[in-house]
Write a protein that binds this ligand. Structure first.
Ligand code: IPE
Ligand code: IPE
Ligand code: MG
Length: 249
């Protein structure tokens, strides 16, 4: 966990001059547990360090001019972890959300993607309040994918369309890619251009399945708590080098 100085960050931002940036970047924040284990610390210390990385990468993304960034914060499968770890993650989220003036002052708009109804009533209220209070911020759209699963999201969208077909508001033929997209948690947002996953794992783990249809993938070995703005710039430059064809030629 190395915090870069403002001067170093400014130099890194200059490196991005003229580089084609993603409109929407997805980040799978992975490796907190291994980071803690390497230091003989409890896993929660890894999650705490990871939360700090999230803050510094979000600020950097804002300064670089990225429009949307989605951080995978807690998956629909992460409930399988020991209750103490799940509780630790929820406590961290609570701490993060209770410092609301921080993100308001940072001009970052926060939205949550996922089945929030499974969270405690207090957390649900904090998520709602955070979205509301940061609504007018224009520097960066930051999504926190929380109790999020790509499969769950698609089922949720299908159910909402099925309801409209059942009530007669829609005909099955009306359902197309654009209508389906409008029922996802990311309704109205651009598709994901790049998915960055640190920690050496090369899989999606149920993240943005629909939105990543044409995303570029950048896998890196660094563990998330060690991930710095320098690694982010490396990932962005790698993305810019890719030739995206979307099935054309
Ligand atoms: C990612 O770090 C954080 C969450 C999934 C909430 P991990 O906790 O998965 O860390 P590793 O993969 O065990 O190192
Ligand atoms: C993905 O990481 C979920 C988040 C980063 C929130 P995991 O650590 O849960 O994924 P797997 O189990 O290695 O696939
Ligand atoms: Mg992991």
């Amino acid at each position: 966990m190395a915090n870069l100085s403002e001067e170093e960050c400014r130099a890194l931002l200059r490196q991005l001059d003229g580089v084609v940036l993603p409109r929407h970047a997805g980040i799978i924040m992975d490796g907190n547990g291994r980071w803690a284990q390497q230091r003989m610390l409890p896993r929660k210390a890894g999650h705490r360090a990871g939360a700090e990385t999230l803050g510094s990468i979000a600020r950097f993304a804002r300064d670089a001019g990225i429009e949307y960034i989605t951080f995978y914060t807690f998956s629909t499968e992460n409930w399988k972890r020991p209750q103490s770890e799940v509780q630790g993650l929820m406590d961290l989220l609570h701490n993060y959300l209770s410092q609301s003036n921080k993100y308001i002052g940072e001009n970052i708009r926060i939205r949550f993607l996922g089945a929030l109804s499974a969270l405690s009533p207090e957390l649900q209220e904090e998520c709602r309040r955070t979205e509301e209070e940061s609504r007018g911020n224009t520097g960066l759209n930051m999504n926190l994918a929380l109790n999020y699963g790509g499969q769950d999201e698609i089922v949720h969208a299908a159910r909402s369309l099925a309801r409209d077909v059942q009530s007669g508001a829609l005909a099955p033929e009306d359902i197309d890619v654009s209508l389906f997209s409008s029922r996802l948690y990311t309704a109205g947002m651009p598709e994901c251009d790049v998915i960055i996953r640190p920690s050496g794992e090369m899989r999606l783990s149920n993240f943005l399945l629909w939105q990543a249809a044409y995303a570029e993938f950048v896998f890196m070995d660094t563990l998330w708590p060690d991930f710095t703005e320098r690694d982010f710039v490396r990932a962005l430059k790698e993305y810019a080098r890719r030739s995206r064809r979307f099935g054309g030629r």
